[in-house]
Structures are given as structure tokens and as C-alpha cells.
Design a protein around this ligand. Structure first.
Ligand code: GAP
Length: 495
């Protein structure tokens, strides 16, 4: 199925089966804001629990936090968000559409990459087992030409972004002859910076209201509480603080369903370490976090690391975990080695010492921080898009039928087990329809109670993925299901 079609079907499916609704739908919706329905909220809660268990419960040196969304406005000056939390935007004068300039260039680069991938595919088909991919990539003239283009444009993009050179960013778009993806027009404005934070007022105007922001990330709530947690919990370095919560960004280019929203949820963990040990911890968290994603059992090749060549000024290493969504490989989680930048900034702006006193060495220092930051909604979308299958199945009478099945990891499925009593007037077709409905919701197991159940205390259990049906004793059900749907099973794949 074409990926565009898959994505459209997935969006329709999530609405039809109570996973996600457009916000304020009866008022024609609110752009880039979504509501989670009866099954969506269950899946979301299960993802949160899986993350919380893996990060907080499985680590004796990581604790949780639930900081407020509203924070002192100076926090955002210290963090750099007031001055610099900007996206470089460009408008098309003909279509009046606004885009992130760097996204337009990235998408252009991706086209060259797609050409290379296509050439590799052709080579593979032509030469079969004799095909040597490395050699092909190193010698094929088409590949080399496209790779050179990628290197050249990526190099210019990285330099323009690191030096905040907006004129050069526009020049890249002009030089690459990048057109508006919707209309094909190349009539662009200059590139401008736009701040993404939502503002509101604290207190009534008569009292002298002050401007505050809705947090654009949960991380700062952790930084400003780090000493509170350290002291009250007698934490010793290295230790971590984990938090799940809403974040808000006035995204200009909010597209691709719940991938980029204006109100979304993050699951973030800041790990405080001794300066000089941060890169070791960075490697540790990189490996553990990809294991967490892969433990869910979606196809492994859908995940990959992406190294940041352009590092933020405060970072000394950064990788993304990317997932292959129906619209391509995109960022799912960021793992950043943020040095002591944030704590140092807060120490300076607040005037309060934020040093850690190490009783063993007698030293005081500002810890370095390794951060893992994953979007809850993006994880949700990764699971649904990796779990959606349309399958042809053979019926008993030889005819074939279609089923849509969500192969959600059983431990995360909104409903683990549907109990379907076979009633008097129930014909085979009707039970089939009820199985189809549970498949579409992603329920991993169904049991049917039939006329023999009263005599033999047995029920039929049906597996969503294999569709195999087995008769089992009611007294064994607990044990069978506990093994198949427990969160512990997922955690065991990581630890
Ligand atoms: N504290 C670091 C931080 O916030 P980020 O890369 O800006 O880093 C982390 O965001 C994660 O939050 C992303 O990898 C993504 O999964 C999620 N995220 C960011 N913006 C989002 C948006 N507008 N909608 C949905 N998820 C978003």
C-alpha cells in the first residue's frame, strides 16, 4: 500500500475506533490539536506506565517529579527560550503558506537520498546475491553525484543554522530551486525567526498582571527542582529525575496528525553526572532508550539513530532515535548531553547556588546532564503506524475476506481480553464480525463462551495475530494471560 494511503487510512481508523478525535470537531476543529478517545487514552496511559516503570521503577537512582506547567518567566530567559526558541520561517508569496526553512531544505536533501536508495534497490534486483552494496555506494557515478549534492547542501544548511545566517538559508532555497510543496511556486519571502512559546497573563490586569508562558518542554521544571530533589531524597550523583507532562509550542507548520501538535506530552529524564563522565553516560542512555523502543516488538528496521552534526551551543553530543512513520524516518526521541549549561544559567539568573556537594571527595561542582526526551504522542503514533495491517483472510467456505488488525504490543493494548458469549441466535458470521471489531481495536485475545462451557468449564481463546483458537480451562486463563499481556514481559526484554 502506498504510504500516503496508509497514513490516510490510519487517521480515519483512529477516529472510527475511538483512538483520536480532532479537537473541537463540532466547531470545525482546532488546527494541530487533538483529543484522545476511549481507547486512545488507555493506550497512552499504558505507554506512560511502560516508560515510568522502565525509567523510575527499574532504577533505584531515578525518581519522579510532577512540576507545574506555569513557571517563573525568568526561567525561560535563563534557558534561552525567550531569546532563542525560534524557528526560521519562510512564506510563499503566491500560496501564502508558511514553512520552516530548514525543513524545506531537509526535504530537498531527502529527495537525493531517495534517488540513492532507488539506485541501490535497482542494483540489488539486477545483481541479486552478487550485489555488493558498499562497493556500489562507493563507485556508482549516479550515487556519487547525488551524495556530493547531499554533502554540499547539508554542509551549507548546518553552517547557516549554527551561525543564524537567515540570508544564507534563503539563498540555499533559491540555489536549490526549492518550490512550494503544494503549489510549485518559487516566489519566497525572506527567512524570519518566530518564537514558539504561548504567552498568557498571571493575575488580573488590575493587579498588574505579568506575562508568563506555557512551558515548551518539561525539562526546565526538572532543572529548577534538582537541588530540592537531591537534598530531600539524599540523592548521590549519578542520579536522575523523570517527568511526564504536557508541553506547548505554537508550531507554525503543524502537520502530520499527532506528529507535530501545539499541545503535546513529553516523557523526559535528566540524568545528573560528574563532569567528565557524561559521554559514557550518554552512550549508556542511547543504548537503553533504543532497547526500550525495540522491546515493543514492532519491526526493528523501523528504528534508527540519527547523529546531530549541528550541535546546540550547550550540547557536546546529541542523537535522535528516528522511527519510520508513513511519511518517512522522523525524530521520535532526542538524547542530548547538555553539559552544565542549564544549571549554570539558572544559577546565574536566580542568584542561588546550584552546586552539588560530593561528601566522598569533598568537592562541590555543578553536575553535567544527559537528557532523554521522548514525545508521548509520537510514541503513540509510532505504535499505531507500526501496528496497522490490512490482511486478506480465507473464510471456512473458501471465500476470502479482509481484516484490519492493530498488532499493538499486548501489554500496551487498551483492551487485553474481550469476552464474547455465544448466544442462541449467534451464527458463525456474527462471531466473525465481533472478532473483526476486536482486531480493529487491537485486542490481543478474545474468549468465547459456548454451550459446552457449562459442562466442561472450558472456553475458546483466540489469538489476534495468528487467529489460532484453542480450548482452555477457565482456571488456566489467568496464568495464560498474565504471561502474554504483562508489562513485566516487556521490561524483561530491556533489563
Ligand atoms: N527537552 C528537550 C526537548 O524538548 P525536543 O527535541 O524539542 O527536545 C523532544 O523535543 C521530543 O518531544 C521530540 O523528540 C518529540 O518526540 C516531542 N515533540 C517535540 N515537539 C513536538 C510537537 N510539536 N508535537 C509532538 N511532539 C513533539
Amino acid at each position: 500500500m502506498a504510504q500516503d494511503d496508509l497514513f490516510k487510512k490510519l487517521i480515519a481508523h483512529t477516529k472510527e475506533y475511538g483512538y483520536i478525535f480532532p479537537s473541537s470537531e463540532i466547531y470545525d476543529g482546532l488546527s494541530a490539536v487533538y483529543d484522545y478517545g476511549q481507547y486512545g487514552v488507555e493506550l497512552k496511559n499504558n505507554i506512560k506506565q511502560f516508560w515510568w516503570d522502565a525509567m523510575v521503577k527499574m532504577h533505584e537512582n531515578i525518581v519522579g517529579l510532577d512540576s507545574a506547567i506555569f513557571m517563573h518567566p525568568d526561567i525561560w530567559k535563563a534557558s534561552g527560550h525567550v531569546g532563542a526558541f525560534n524557528d526560521p520561517l519562510i512564506d510563499n508569496k503566491d500560496s501564502k503558506k508558511r514553512y520552516r526553512a530548514d525543513d524545506l531544505v531537509e526535504e530537498h536533501i531527502a529527495k537525493y537520498q531517495a534517488k540513492i536508495d532507488k539506485d541501490v534497490e535497482k542494483g540489488q534486483t539486477k545483481f541479486g546475491d552478487a550485489f555488493n552494496k558498499e562497493q556500489f555506494l562507493a563507485t556508482n557515478p549516479n550515487v556519487l553525484r547525488n551524495q556530493e549534492k547531499i554533502n554540499e547542501i547539508s554542509g551549507r544548511l548546518t553552517k547557516a543554522l549554527t551561525t543564524d545566517n537567515l540570508a544564507e538559508l534563503k539563498q540555499i532555497i533559491v540555489d536549490c530551486e526549492i518550490a512550494d510543496p503544494v503549489t510549485g511556486s518559487k516566489n519566497w519571502t525572506d527567512v524570519r525567526q518566530f518564537n514558539l512559546m504561548f504567552e498568557t497573563q498571571l493575575g488580573s490586569t488590575a493587579d498588574g498582571a505579568s506575562k508568563i508562558y506555557l512551558r515548551p518542554e518539561t525539562a526546565q521544571g526538572i532543572f529548577v527542582n534538582y537541588l530540592n530533589v537531591q537534598k530531600s531524597g539524599r540523592m548521590k550523583i549519578p542520579f536522575g529525575i523523570a517527568q511526564i507532562g504536557k508541553a506547548f509550542r505554537n508550531e507554525i507548520v503543524a502537520r502530520q496528525f499527532i506528529f507535530r501538535m501545539r499541545e503535546f506530552e513529553q516523557m523526559e529524564m535528566q540524568f545528573f553526572v560528574k563532569p567528565g563522565t557524561e559521554l559514557e553516560w550518554f552512550e549508556h542512555w542511547k543504548n537503553l532508550r533504543i532497547k526500550w523502543h525495540k522491546a515493543m516488538g514492532l519491526p526493528e528496521e523501523k528504528y534508527r539513530f540519527h547523529k546531530h552534526d549541528k550541535l546546540a551551543h550547550y550540547a557536546n553530543a546529541a542523537f535522535d532515535i528516528e522511527f519510520e512513520f508513513p511519511f518517512g524516518f522522523k525524530e521520535l526521541e532526542g538524547i542530548h548531553s547538555r553539559t552544565d549549561f542549564d544549571l549554570k544559567q539558572h544559577q546565574e539568573f536566580s542568584g542561588k547556588k546550584l552546586q552539588f556537594f560530593d561528601p566522598e571527595s569533598g568537592e562541590s561542582y555543578i553536575p553535567y546532564v544527559v537528557e532523554t526526551s521522548v514525545g508521548l504522542d509520537r510514541t503513540f503514533l509510532s505504535i499505531l503506524s507500526g501496528a496497522y495491517y490490512e490482511e486478506e483472510i480465507k473464510k471456512e467456505n473458501g471465500e476470502s475476506d479482509m481484516r484490519v488488525v492493530l498488532r499493538i504490543p499486548p501489554a500496551l493494548a487498551p483492551i487485553k481480553l474481550a469476552v464474547l458469549p455465544l448466544i442462541k441466535y449467534d451464527e458463525k458470521d456474527s462471531i466473525g464480525r465481533r472478532y473483526r471489531r476486536q482486531d480493529a481495536i487491537g485486542t490481543p485475545y478474545c474468549i468465547t463462551i459456548d454451550h459446552d462451557t457449562l459442562k466442561d468449564n472450558m472456553v475458546t481463546i483466540r489469538d489476534r495475530d495468528t487467529m489460532i483458537q484453542e480450548r482452555v480451562l477457565i482456571t488456566d486463563l489467568n496464568m495464560i494471560l498474565e504471561e502474554k499481556v504483562s508489562m513485566r514481559k516487556l521490561l524483561k526484554k530491556i533489563f
